[in-house]
Design a protein around this ligand. Structure first.
Ligand code: IVH
Length: 675
């Protein structure tokens, strides 16, 4: 052995370590003591150290090799990763089998049955027998490149144990965390005082999406194979059952709880057996999967939209448990919707301890007749939010209390309103309410509103979380030093942001109105309001009747505006914004304004010397005209500036009169309407 050259010895060590690894992680049947594994491992490390050319990417020493990354690259799947149709009852299974038999014109069909793992689907691409690329399912078409993270999973072979491996083999399966590993992980989290994971699936998902593979390696992930995608130079067997055997030979973990059965009867027997052993399984499953066994028959059956006709996921029924409503809290969402949430006596259901359940809205509470103090059935299925199914009315205690939606926002104290025909109650303090802060700022800063370039999600999070910004006017008080001190913000970006904030002071009334984030007031309505009222004080003073004189503003929109402007907190924020120097060119109210362009359609092209596109549009609209994007025979004027586009040519072709900026301005000042 000692006379062996380093090349041969390294290969021998790698093969031995691969085998020990397989026995330990896949078969769960180690054949050597840990100490021997470690000795081999260190010897290989030393050899590779001395002869770096021997260090191959598929070496067992290279599982955690690469550095953290910034984000994940997208990978387009060569063969789409499909989803499965779900069945929930015996009837669904019988129906599935009936259709399969009808299409195949068979008396009886053989099915491969497998557990339905509750983890994350991944694809592993082996090029020339080496794990080269691994990705998540994503939307089925494109996933994320998580190769480095998948390499850390010991149950996944880095190398196929074949003398002449195929040029390409794509193995698909599920990454998951075994229950015992999950429990150990949560014990460790608790000991460190860190947040607990809700269930093994979430823990696995979090681990797989770590940007630093070293962190993934610390989380005990497992893998099960259940299919192949693309294969070149690897003859695909005839059936799913045989495929699983072949994958097992390649040292992929496949579930031993699998079977090939005949007909619907066989399916249902498999289902009840799996339901029985489910609690004893080492991993979570949320049902079983049936696949027509013969691949030729699978092909004949084909697909409907995104799911194969040859397979069915038979889900376990959602679990229910009895609990008690201790109280009902109200949460305020990012958009101001108030959601009543039941605080429950903790109950273990569907694999997790549930302490809250959403009650959706007031009507839902009435419909289910839920009182505080009631005994209730709670249901939880898969990853969905737990819900209260029903009340045990016979057990209602005399002191049970009905729920009343608060009239003031529990977060900011603004009035709570509920529009006619809407299920949700909402906080009306949109500009002021801490629950809606981030949303309000993002809306305010967006391009079509105040257009503060660079103020995106991440920055808003930082500004709000650090307490620097509460409401939009705070933006205008930010200083260079404070901003430049924020993590990941340099001097240059801070300067750019301040400039963008400063630039936004000069705006138009319609942008400003849109930026306020009044419910039901989009860009178009904001423009209509601006045109109609001409300036802000007129809008602020409007009542329901005058609001409804604005085109397209009906009772619902009028109500939203009145609710918003009627909230003192919002008024204060608006006043502060004006104090920050936000300004626009005001116009008299439409009713008092000459309408020289009433009924006319204009098209803008090129860069005007003084007016921005927005200003030109606002002025034309203020004069009763309409601005459209393309020139036709019905266009009254084309306004052309420098570098006009093809619109100018088109105007000339059609004989549409062309104006320059000064001609437009004089037209605007002329009263052409016959009064
Ligand atoms: S086969 C063409 N087999 O279920 C069928 N999927 O709803 C492709 N899953 O994203 C999937 N266990 O994550 C298959 N034994 C199993 C499975 C399984 C779990 C998941 C998989 C996929 C989802 C489809």
């Amino acid at each position: 052995m000692k006379s062996q050259g380093p090349v041969a010895r390294a290969r021998e060590l790698r093969e031995a370590l691969d085998l020990f690894n397989y026995q330990y992680y896949v078969l769960d049947a180690p054949t050597v003591p840990d100490a021997q594994y470690d000795r081999f491992f260190r010897e290989l490390q030393a050899l590779e150290e001395a002869h770096p050319e021997l260090r191959t990417p598929d070496s067992p020493t290279q599982r955690v090799g690469s550095a953290p990354r910034e984000g994940f690259r997208e990978i387009r799947h060569k063969v789409p990763m499909l989803s499965l149709n779900n069945g929930f009852s015996e009837e669904d299974v019988l129906h599935f089998d009936r259709r399969v038999r009808e299409i195949l014109q068979r008396e009886q069909v053989a099915y491969a049955c497998e557990p339905k793992f509750d983890g994350l689907a991944v694809s592993l691409l082996y090029r020339d027998g080496r794990l080269d690329e691994g990705s998540t399912r994503g939307d089925g078409e494109t996933g994320e490149d998580v190769t480095a993270n998948l390499r850390t999973i010991r149950a996944i072979p880095l190398r196929l144990p074949l003398d002449s491996p195929p040029p390409l083999l794509e193995v698909r399966g599920e990454v998951l965390m075994e229950k015992r590993d999950f429990e150990a992980l949560n014990r460790a989290q608790a000991a460190r005082g860190e947040k607990l994971f809700v269930n093994p699936r979430n823990a696995a998902a979090g681990a797989l999406r770590q940007l630093d593979p070293a962190l993934t390696a610390q989380r005990p992930l497992s893998f099960f194979a259940y299919g192949v995608g693309e294969a070149v130079g690897w003859p695909i067997p005839d059936s799913q059952g045989e495929l699983m055997e072949r994958l097992a030979q390649l040292r992929f973990p496949v579930p031993s709880e699998r079977a090939v059965v005949q007909g619907a009867e066989g399916l249902l027997r498999f289902f009840s057996k799996m339901s029985e052993i489910r609690p004893a399984l080492r991993y979570d499953i949320d049902g079983v999967v049936y696949k027509v066994n013969a691949f030729s028959q699978q092909q004949e059956l084909g697909f409907v939209s995104r799911a194969p006709r040859f397979a069915l996921a038979h889900k376990f029924p959602a679990e229910e448990a009895l609990s008690e409503i201790l109280d009902i809290d109200v949460q305020v969402g990012r958009t101001g919707a108030l959601t009543p949430v039941a605080r429950l006596r903790p109950v273990f259901v569907g694999g997790v301890t549930v302490t809250n359940a959403t009650l959706h809205n007031e009507d839902e509470i009435r419909r289910k007749d839920i009182h505080i103090g009631d005994q209730v059935w709670v249901r939880r299925a898969g990853d969905v939010i737990p819900e209260v199914v029903s009340v045990v009315l016979a057990e209602r205690p005399p002191q049970a209390r009905a729920f009343v939606m608060p009239s003031r926002c529990p977060i900011c104290g603004s009035r709570v309103v509920r529009s006619e025909g809407e299920a949700a109650s909402r906080c009306s303090g949109g500009l002021y309410c801490p629950a809606q802060r981030k949303q309000a700022l993002l809306h305010f800063a967006q391009r079509r509103a105040m257009d503060i370039d660079g103020l995106g999600d991440k920055l808003v999070d930082q500004l709000v979380d650090s307490g620097l910004v509460r409401t939009p006017p705070d933006l205008y008080g930010l200083g260079l030093a404070t901003l430049a001190d924020l993590p990941r913000m340099g001097d240059k970006s801070a300067r750019n942001l301040l400039e963008a904030i400063d630039r936004s002071r000069e705006t138009t009334l319609s942008r400003f109105i849109f930026a306020l984030g009044i419910r039901n007031v989009g860009e178009t309505t904001a423009r209509d309001l601006a045109r109609h009222f001409g300036d802000l004080p007129a809008l602020l003073a409007a009542d329901g009747e005058s609001l409804q004189q604005v085109p397209e503003v009906g009772p619902v929109v009028a109500r939203s505006i009145l609710d918003f402007l009627g909230e003192e907190h919002n008024r204060e924020v608006i006043d502060r914004l004006l104090d920050c120097g936000i300004r626009w060119v005001a116009a008299p109210a439409l009713a008092q304004r000459p309408q020289p362009l009433a009924g006319m359609t204009l098209v803008l092209t090129g860069v005007l010397p003084h007016l921005s596109r927005d200003e030109a549009r606002a002025r034309i609209e203020g004069a009763g005209g309409k601005v459209t994007g393309s020139v036709s025979k019905r266009t009254h004027y084309v306004v052309a500036g420098a570098d006009p586009g093809s619109k100018l040519e088109r105007a000339q072709e059609l004989g549409v009169p062309v104006l320059d900026e000064s001609q437009l301005l004089s037209l605007l000042n002329q009263d052409l309407s016959k009064s």
